[in-house]
Ligand binder design. Sequence first.
Ligand code: TXA
Ligand code: MG
Length: 347
Amino acid sequence: MPGGFRPLLERRYVLRMTEILAATEAGIARAALLLRAGVLVAFGTETVYGLGADATNERAAAEVFAAKDRPRFNPLIAHYPETDAAFADVLPTPAARELAARFWPGPLTMVLPRRPASRVALLAAAGLETLAVRVPAPPIARALLSAFGRPVAAPSANRSGRVSPTTAQHVLDELNGRIAAVLDGGPCAVGVESTVLDLTREPPALLRPGGATVEEIRAVIGSLSDGHAQAVQNDAPRSPGLLVAHYAPSLPVRLGAETVGPDDALLAFGRQLPGAGAVFNLSPGRDLTEAAARLFSGLRLLDADGTARGLAGIAVMPIPLTGLGRAINDRLRRAARANPADGSVVS
Ligand code: TXA
Ligand code: MG
């Protein structure tokens, strides 16, 4: 922004709004600095604008879901400046290497097994053993990713249930005041989301059609099953993230616990119930963003600890159904359904 006089009132107002960063060296450096500080920065890719967060920071990932008003913790795509950086967080199959050589940088996202050493936050990948990775094409996006030096988790930069933004102005229309900044890379060249391929299956499955066409992909890897068409046929939810089996604890899960005993591993929220055999408190201060950030690690810790100590199950205290609480409750209901405490089979 050129220097010069701006009335004080306006300047105060501007401080509370989302910063618009120009695609200059200074703008990119500022965007990287904000990401490092754990706040959200939208940036243009060739497909749509992404709502970027430090993928290694659970709290920043939680802020993404809060800013989007997402009712569920869908797994996010991790973005990298180049193929080697992406493959440092996942285990590439031979087909994945061929696809990377052909399509990256470009509008293709690959779901691959996550490396145990991956630094990507559990919440960013919705607790899954797989991780979706992609290398976007625009030089500005790649410059940001290089400058930042860590994976960037980025869903499309729209509020939940709205269309994906393809200009910086669209992002502001959706998220002004909810995110720290938007790096203006101009309009997106492709304008539809990336193609999502699941390479953990044989043959690989198309989870979402997008910028890289099925014909182009088949030309590289031969056969490709249509996970997207199967989902539509089975009337499954349209989001591919819902097709995969999300992490479920091995211990039975009981929701809405009002009392607990020595046989219970307690997932607490707020002031914790007395008498449990093990406790993990999501947020003693009842902060839903903190609770979201700690949800997957808490479930895993209690599952491991409770199993080691021979406890009967995980008891979860009630969590309010407001803001991020909706996504937290959605996730917990899935965990309870996968392994109900009363042993019943729920379809
Ligand atoms: O073009 C794009 O892909 C844009 C730009 C910003 O990169 N991003 C985007 O993100 O569209 P999002 O969150 O709106 O969509 C990502 C899709 C979701 O449908 C999600 O379920 C799926 O990818 N996905 C992510 N990780 C997955 C995983 N581990 N397994 C299966 N599906 C996954
Ligand atoms: Mg989206």
